[in-house]
Design a protein around this ligand. Structure first.
Ligand SMILES: Cc1ncc(COP(=O)(O)O)c(C=O)c1O
Length: 339
């Protein structure tokens, strides 16, 4: 708004929820101002207990983060040291590599094949120095998802002393039949696996900053030891607690995203922009050689998408799925720019 003098901004760069926050969360926040002088519950007992019930684990297996992104840092700080290695795919969530760099750990980068994690390549990259493998499933920025059979085979092949982090920020958008049914059961059975979830996407609470990890008790303890005690504020805990069971809202969000994703992919294709089939609330979109110019034109029209900057993907952009009004505005802007 400041840079381009625009007023009505359409923000499609952070994969926010096109419907809005869970109404139950909004209601729960209404009267919290009077508690602002008190620190939040450092153990987030009510929230952890509710999450544990929902996932069929014990509360000691839940770690609360200021967004799930903090849980990535907690893993790195708890388990990675200089000289260790972590394995990441490319392109995937950049925070994995940043978290490694901060603690002086090397990241072994395994490029995707056909825009999907090269699970054989990642398995082959495991060495004596490997401590952690980071996988976001579905994968940001490409939107592809590893199906249950491939994921199970991959998890079975990673040596038990290596911690696998499955970052599932977009989990709710994946059709049930594509999910690995026994994922949480594996953690309960002692597999060296951490699953990350967030309230930022399907629940629409990105502004509250709250996510969590599900892990073995000993893993959760180590993560909690390096966690800042009051990392999840009063509003964040209350909003998440109210949104946990708001299945109607999540269902509405998933339905809208699914319809609008198909429509937007079709419209983009009509304009000559191909997209990668996505199981998320965003589309990885090939803008072609004019990507920089198109992005600039969109910015001047108040539309923010996420242009890719990493070598090899500079002509792509990640576009969050808006509602139809926003989608129509994006397509109209692109039509003008293409013409
Ligand atoms: C793969 C992935 N993980 C984690 C996050 C972080 O989400 P939050 O910290 O809001 O929970 C994002 C956000 O875009 C993401 O795409």
């Amino acid at each position: 708004m400041r840079d381009y003098g625009v007023r009505d901004v359409l923000k499609l760069a952070s994969n926010e929820n096109p419907v809005g926050p869970s109404p139950r969360a909004v209601a729960a926040l209404a009267d919290l101002g009077a508690q602002a002088h008190q620190y939040p519950d450092s153990q987030a007992v009510a929230l952890r207990t509710a999450l544990a019930d929902r996932h069929g684990v014990s509360a000691e297996q839940i770690v609360i983060g200021s967004g799930s992104v903090e849980c990535i840092d907690l893993v790195a700080r708890a388990f990675l040291r200089p000289g260790d290695e972590a394995i990441v795919g490319f392109p995937s969530f950049p925070r994995f590599q940043i978290a490694c760099q901060v603690v002086g750990c090397g990241a072994v980068v395994v490029p995707h094949q056909d825009w999907r994690f090269d699970l054989d390549g990642m398995t082959a990259a495991v060495s004596d120095s490997t401590r952690v493998v980071f996988v976001d499933n579905p994968c940001n920025p490409v939107g592809t998802h590893i199906g249950p059979d491939k994921l199970a085979a991959f998890l079975d092949r990673i040596p038990p002393e290596v911690l696998v982090v499955l970052d599932e920020a977009y989990h709710e958008f994946v059709p049930t039949e594509l999910l690995l049914p026994d994922e949480i059961e594996r953690i309960k059975n002692g597999h060296n696996l951490v699953v990350l979830r967030t309230f930022s996407k399907a629940h629409g609470l990105a502004g509250l900053r709250i996510g969590y990890a599900i892990a073995r008790p000993e893993t959760a303890r180590a993560m909690n030891r390096v966690r800042e005690a009051f990392n999840a504020g009063v509003y964040a805990q209350a909003g998440a607690l109210a949104a946990i069971d708001d299945d109607d809202h999540v269902r509405d969000v998933i339905a809208l995203v699914s319809t609008e994703r198909d429509w937007l992919a079709g419209e983009l294709a009509r304009l000559g922009f191909s997209t990668i089939p996505s199981e998320t609330n965003f589309l990885f979109t090939q803008l072609g050689p004019r990507a920089g110019e198109l992005n600039q034109g969109l910015l001047e029209r108040g539309i923010i998408v996420r242009p890719m900057v990493a070598p090899g993907i500079e002509t792509w952009a990640r576009i969050s799925i808006p509602d139809r009004v926003g989608g129509q505005r994006l397509i109209t802007a692109l039509e003008e720019l293409v013409a």
